[in-house]
Design a protein around this ligand. Sequence first.
Ligand code: ADP
Length: 363
Amino acid sequence: GKGIAVFTSGGDSQGMNAAVRAVVRMGIYLGCKVFFIREGYQGMVDGGENIIEANWSSVSCIIHKGGTIIGSARCADFREKEGRLKAAKNLVQKGITNLVVIGGDGSLTGADLFRQEWGSLLDELLGRNEITAEQREKYKVLQIAGLVGSIDNDFCGTDMTIGTDSALHRIIEAVDAIVSTAYSHQRTFIMEVMGRHCGYLALVAALTSEADYVFIPEDPADVNWPEVLCDKLVQERSVGQRLNIIIVSEGAIDRNGKPITAELIKKVVVENLNQDTRITVLGHVQRGGNPSAFDRVLGCRMGAEAVMALMEANEHTKPCVISLEGNQAVRLPLMECVQQTKAVAQAMEDKNWELAVTLRGKS
Ligand code: ADP
């Protein structure tokens, strides 16, 4: 059977384990040899114990766990050709010519580059007598399927990334908890949530928690936002509300591109309204904990589809990313989605928010 390896890379997210599990079991079911690569690209470069064959039971009891049991890492070595040569040699030695990469746009970019270079990497290894001519021929094509694990939902091409739904659950629980204590003391709370270029978590959390105000990067606030915000808070209190909740995405900005931080909002509220105001930064709590049912199902479906895509691929097939479109798992060209995602981030940097939203919407 074919050799498939699965690894998780970049930032972790809930539901990655479900995806790993599905890759292993679908692969075994279809007669493949499936390997784990531990610690992302670092494990691929280092080889040895980092690349081990998986069996059916090695993925038992992981579907409910957050994070990734096979570890994730950022890896400088893989950015260098020498690192990728080592990685290629390690894969050839194990007979691995199919990779399922679970990560963000950086990890997927690395995988695409690796696939493009694969032939020349093998030539170089052959030239150095590190692989045989037989191996060069037998393992001449590397197939790639990508899955997007990210709590931010910041990837173009998929309706939901693996981990987003769980992060939302975590945020909602936190807001609900804050609401009860805020009520008792008639306080105003500013809650900072993750999302550097993408306000999805903040926006959906605000909608579903009845927050009074939300700041997101895609819709920068007018420069007079302090006035507008204070009017809104006063109005809510005047109709009998005992608390206010303001949700701010970590990437929130105003029309001039100036960051709107939780501290800044607090200063505005305290100076203008003299309300008892507190900040809660949710931080990595959002990435932790058990995956939701949705993320478990998403991970399972994406993982299974990735294996099917690899099995059906031939040497002309381009790397794909498995995406959720409506309720369907679909295969999209990996690099086009990555490039679109990067274009959105660039448009945001350029303060061209309309373009950013249009580009994201198009995908
Ligand atoms: P994410 O996958 O979450 O976007 P990073 O951008 O940190 O996270 O990428 C994770 C890893 O992927 C990097 O540490 C590096 O090993 C690899 N990688 C990212 N971009 C490239 C690239 N252009 N070339 C080679 N490897 C890359």
